[in-house]
Design a protein around this ligand. Structure first.
Ligand code: SF4
Length: 341
């Protein structure tokens, strides 16, 4: 399948073809993905300023340091004022998208999140992405009306048995129902998976990509499994960098016109990981702009990169990295590419 004229290839990939991609020679796959990225997205890299505003979570995902059963973590919630101030600081630093992320935290009511969105939008010309987990249809609708543009809800794994094992009390079907709601409401929708989960195989990874194609998503977060010692999966093997890059590259080749971040998790397992991801199909980087005092407490996995930096230091490091890849920093909000490719 890997051959000349591949950039223009638009045929639909079936499951076995995606598995074949994942078995292909890494260098060639990455080169192909980079060509597709250049053709479908250009050379711009979009910066999305990430605010991790609460590490409270009602869920108990087996791989996550924020899970409710982890009693060792110090919990925090930023106030509405702190969140809005932080977003405005990011805007003044040149960011065009603000991502508001938290655990599944009912401590913020629907009206709290709506107010935060409204206040940010009133003072800053930015796109807002929400990543606050599973809520009800009415809440998602209210936040869209308040001005939110995008919603990230990773599907984590397309293997429904594995999904149920890793997410006590939750099902893949439930997750997919919510992703359907988000599209129906009019959000630009992001899904994504974790690569190297215990019990996951190559078939599952091909299914992840196929599922994202079927969902016709606008963005996808793809990164390695990184164990956290204070979780039931703390002793498991970390996901491999090369397989994470191959899944990212295959996703670019199959999904084509989606936004794909060079994830922090990829940067956390290798010092050059995010740079490698930018060369393997990624076109987004998410500088963490959470105030320095909260940043070390949002520890989904251990060894997260950039935990000791402040916002300016993160931005400088990432801008240098992007330039070293001979890529440009976008000056638009970087909405969905679906209409242009
Ligand atoms: S992965 Fe998300 S929902 Fe699950 S425990 Fe962590 S923060 Fe909560």
């Amino acid at each position: 399948m890997i051959g000349s004229g591949r950039v223009k290839q638009t045929s639909t990939f079936n499951h076995s073809q995606i598995e074949e991609l994942l078995k292909a020679e890494e260098d060639e796959l990455i080169l192909w993905a980079d060509e597709v990225r250049s053709s479908c997205c250009g050379d711009e890299v979009h910066l999305r300023g990430l605010i991790e505003f609460s590490n409270y979570c009602t869920r108990d995902c087996l791989y996550c340091g924020l899970r409710r059963s982890n009693k060792k973590i110090t919990r925090y919630r930023m106030t509405k004022e702190e969140i809005v101030d932080c977003a405005l600081t990011g805007f003044r630093a040149g960011l065009k998208t603000i991502v508001l992320q938290s655990g599944d935290d009912p401590g913020y009511r629907e009206e709290d999140i709506s107010r935060i969105i409204y206040l940010i939008k009133a003072k800053a010309d930015v796109a807002i992405t929400l990543c606050v987990g599973e809520r009800d249809y009415r809440e998602y609708g209210a936040w869209k009306k308040a001005g939110a543009d995008r919603y990230l809800l990773k599907h984590e794994t397309a293997n429904s048995d594995l999904y149920s094992r890793l997410h006590p009390g939750q099902t893949l079907a439930g997750r997919l129902k919510i992703l359907g709601w988000l599209k129906e409401i009019g959000y630009q929708v992001g899904a994504g998976n974790i690569v190297g989960l215990p019990g996951q195989n190559l078939r599952d990874l091909a299914d992840d990509i196929l599922l994202m194609k079927k969902l016709d998503i606008d963005m996808a977060g793809i990164g390695p499994f990184v164990p956290h010692p204070d979780t039931p999966l703390g002793g498991e093997k970390q996901g491999e960098l090369n397989m994470s890059l191959k899944v990212l590259a295959a996703a670019r080749i199959v999904l084509r016109d989606v936004h794909l971040p060079a994830t922090t998790a990829t940067g956390s397992i290798h010092p050059e990981g995010q740079k490698m991801a930018l060369r393997a199909g990624a076109n987004v980087v998410m500088p963490n702009i959470t105030p320095a005092r909260y940043r070390p407490l949002y520890e989904i996995y251990q060894g997260k990169t950039g935990m000791k930096e402040n916002m300016e230091e993160s931005l400088v490091r990432l801008r240098r990295m992007i330039e070293s890849c001979r890529r440009k920093i976008a000056d638009s909000k970087g909405h969905s590419l679906k209409i242009s490719c």
